[in-house]
Design a protein around this ligand. Sequence first.
Ligand code: NAD
Length: 210
Amino acid sequence: MKFAKIPMATITRLSVYMRTLQDLLEDDVDVISSERLARLCGVNPAQIRKDLAYFGEFGVRGVGYRVGDLLGQIKDILGLTRRWNLAMVGLGNLGSALVRHANFLKHGYTFTAAFDVDPQKVGKRLPNGLLINHVNEIEEVVKDRDVNVGIITTPASAAQSVANQLVLAGINGILNFAPVQIQVPDCCHVENVDFTISLDTIAYHLSVSG
Ligand code: NAD
């Protein structure tokens, strides 16, 4: 399914709606009013309606949304009705902690490959049983294990060369934690994550509020 000109903020909010709907489904909630869903998601009902309107008509007038149906539809929009395979590159403090986290699996993301350069780590297995391969094996392993997304948790100095290797291996999606802007061809989508940028935003809000 392809939709033109969808604001990134809408895509981000769809993720929030999806997680909230998942929690509601686990609590056996079948139907929810747009007001209550909006409150749980921290937005207003008009915002939810506007976001969903990009993709079609959802909800039942006077009733609200059927939780299971809306969850399925949002997963479909986000491409989350299939499994996505991840490769972690850089198994240091951050990479090892992320690989261990169960939240990825819960949301349909499975680590199928892990890479490092450290001879103390290459050849060892992570607690989940995944073998750490040398980064020079990226191309072969990525193809072999059908990896779709690469996550970079190496030092900044290594991030660009790792990104180049991932792209050469056919990866079109990279989540980059290294504090450097990596350059990739247009066919590859990069998302940068930097907790300190979020902290800067908090610092700003705390500063202006007194
Ligand atoms: P770390 O030094 O503990 O781990 C880095 C790992 O990368 C090591 O295992 C190292 O052997 C490996 N490595 C080095 N060169 C490599 C290469 N070419 N290919 C594959 N692996 C390679 O570092 P850390 O504390 O885990 O941090 C990792 C990265 O994440 C750093 O760039 C750090 O600045 C960044 N970071 C980002 C955030 C954020 O909010 N985005 C938060 C913390 C850390």
